[in-house]
Write a protein that binds this ligand. Structure first.
Ligand SMILES: NC(=O)c1ccc[n+]([C@@H]2O[C@H](COP(=O)([O-])OP(=O)(O)OC[C@H]3O[C@@H](n4cnc5c(N)ncnc54)[C@H](OP(=O)(O)O)[C@@H]3O)[C@@H](O)[C@H]2O)c1
Length: 262
């Protein structure tokens, strides 16, 4: 079959939050999309809203299922005949101290957020041409660690290793791999904790910037890294946190505020 004229992006976790906004960003910039997540109705809603702009192929599947990456890449190739970008965005947000992390919690987060992206990279790379790229969605907590970060931080750190390994191995073929590391962004994953004092302090007192981060901020960075504008960037981790991870504790409000009791 003839390959699609438009470039094609495969996005995991496209049913909400960062993945949904990223799909809209790529669609607005001329991409067709393969959207993967478990909530079919959300994916159908995305596809129908983008109908005039992009063709969106849906795969309703669990990224922890070892068969899903192969199915998703096969769908991209069968439908569009090309795959220009992979965004490994789906993630599970299980938070607990190491001492309270069960094997079941460990397995869930590793399966969804490390084995899943690893398998997607493995399946996608052989179909990618020079100029293609992969973006993994990590977290600033993956490089800093974090209170109650347990398996989540360990897995996000693992994605940095995967990113650098992919960059080293396939950069010479013109396939770039990078990682975006959001700070705290308001999505379904964080919504319930948004007004809690630690989040408010992190977002306002400890972040030297005058607004909260948005899913658009993350999507813009993902698109930039995928685009020709980012064509010499390979193996990098880009923090999207208003400067928090590099300046935390140094902004005036943090230095003058009282320590949280306990
Ligand atoms: N929000 C933040 O502050 C923040 C900060 C740092 C990093 N991140 C990372 O950003 C990524 C996106 O999260 P978000 O904040 O946008 O949260 P979100 O709105 O809850 O989105 C998570 C997405 O992942 C999908 N997903 C989760 N488990 C899946 C599974 N087993 N199989 C297939 N899809 C799965 C969900 O789709 P279904 O439920 O439909 O399957 C959903 O589309 C995650 O990797 C997260 O760790 C977020």
């Amino acid at each position: 079959m003839a390959a699609s004229d438009k470039p094609v992006v495969l996005i995991t976790g496209a049913s909400s939050g960062i993945g949904d906004t990223t799909a809209r960003k790529f669609a607005a910039n001329g991409y067709n999309i393969v959207a993967v997540a478990r909530r079919q109705e959300r994916l159908e809603q995305l596809a129908s809203e983008l109908a005039g702009t992009a063709r969106v192929e849906i795969l309703t599947a669990d990224v922890a299922d070892p068969r899903t990456p192969k199915r998703a890449v096969a769908l991209a190739m069968a439908t569009f005949g090309r795959l220009d970008c992979l965004v490994n965005n789906a993630g599970a947000g299980t938070w607990a101290p190491v001492a309270e992390t069960t094997d079941e919690m460990m397995d869930t987060v590793i399966d969804v957020s490390l084995k899943g992206p690893f398998r997607f990279c493995r399946e996608a790379q052989p179909h990618m041409q020079p100029g293609s790229s992969i973006i993994n969605v990590g977290s600033v907590f993956g490089t800093l660690g974090g209170l109650d970060g347990g398996i989540y931080c360990a897995v996000k750190a693992g994605l940095v290793g995967l990113t650098q390994t992919m960059a080293a191995q396939y950069g010479a073929q013109g396939i770039r791999t990078n990682l975006v590391a959001p700070g705290v962004i308001r999505t379904d994953m964080t919504d319930a904790a948004w007004e809690a004092p630690p989040f408010q302090r992190l977002n306002h007192e400890m972040t030297p910037f005058n607004r909260e981060g948005t899913t658009e901020d993350v999507a813009n960075a993902i698109f930039f890294l995928a685009s020709d504008q980012g064509s010499y960037i390979n193996g990098q981790s880009l923090a999207l946190d208003g400067g928090w991870s590099t300046t935390k504790y140094l902004c005036h409000e943090a230095l003058v505020c009282d320590r949280v009791p306990g």
